[in-house]
Design a binder for this molecule. Sequence first.
Ligand SMILES: [Fe+2]
Length: 241
Amino acid sequence: MVDVHCHILHGIDDGAGDLTDSLEMAQLAAENGTKAIFATPHCNMPGFFTNFWNSELEQRLSALQNAVKSRGIELTVYPGQEIYLADGFAQKLKKGELITLNRSRYALVELDFYERENEAYKKIESLVSEGYVPIAAHPERYKFVGENPDAIAKLRRLGALIQLNSGSLRGAFGTTPAKIAHAALLQESADFVASDAHSQYSRTPDLSQAHEYICENFSYEYAHVLFRTNPQRIINDDEIR
Ligand SMILES: [Fe+2]
C-alpha cells in the first residue's frame, strides 16, 4: 500500500515530534503493509504552520529518508505537503514555496473545517485552472460536505480527487464523516484512503484495518485502486481517471 497523507516529518507540525517518533511511525506503517508514504506536513496555515518549502525542510526530509534506510525499514518516503488553501496558494506553488506530492501535478490540499461552500469550489477551480490536480484531503470532515450530499460529486466535477481518512471509516471523527465516507465508497467516488497519521500511538499510519474493511465491505479491486493504483500514479505523475 501507499499512504498519500501522513504527518511523519518530525518537528514541524502537530505530527511526529522528533526523529524517533518518525521512525516508530515508519516502522508501524511498514509492519502493516505500507511500502511507501508521502510526508505531508501542514503548511500555508497562517498563525499555525507556515512551513514554506526550503532547504531546511529538504534536509529534514533527507535525514528522515536516510534514517529509515539505515534502520532497514522497508518504506520509501516521498516529499509532499498538506497545503492549506489560504491566500496566495497558487502563486506560492508556482514559486516553489509550496510543493505538490512528489512534485507531480497532484497537490494535497486542505480547507478550513468551516469553509464556505462556494469559496471551497472557487479555490479548487483556481488550482485546476493553473494546471494542478487538487486532492481534497478528508472532505468528509468539512461542514459544507456534511450539509450537501452532492458536495463530493461537485468537487470531482470541478477536477478534484477525493482522499478519505482511514479513521473516518471507523467513526473516529464522528458519525457524519463516517456516513459521508461510506457513501463515497459505495459510489466509488473516493480516489484514495490515507492515514492522515499524526503519531505512532493514536491516528497511526497503520492502514491494514481500513484496507481489510474495504476489501470485505466493498471490493478487493476497489481497495487496490485506492491504496495502490492511484497512489502509484501520483508517484509516476501519471493521469488518474
Ligand atoms: Fe493531515
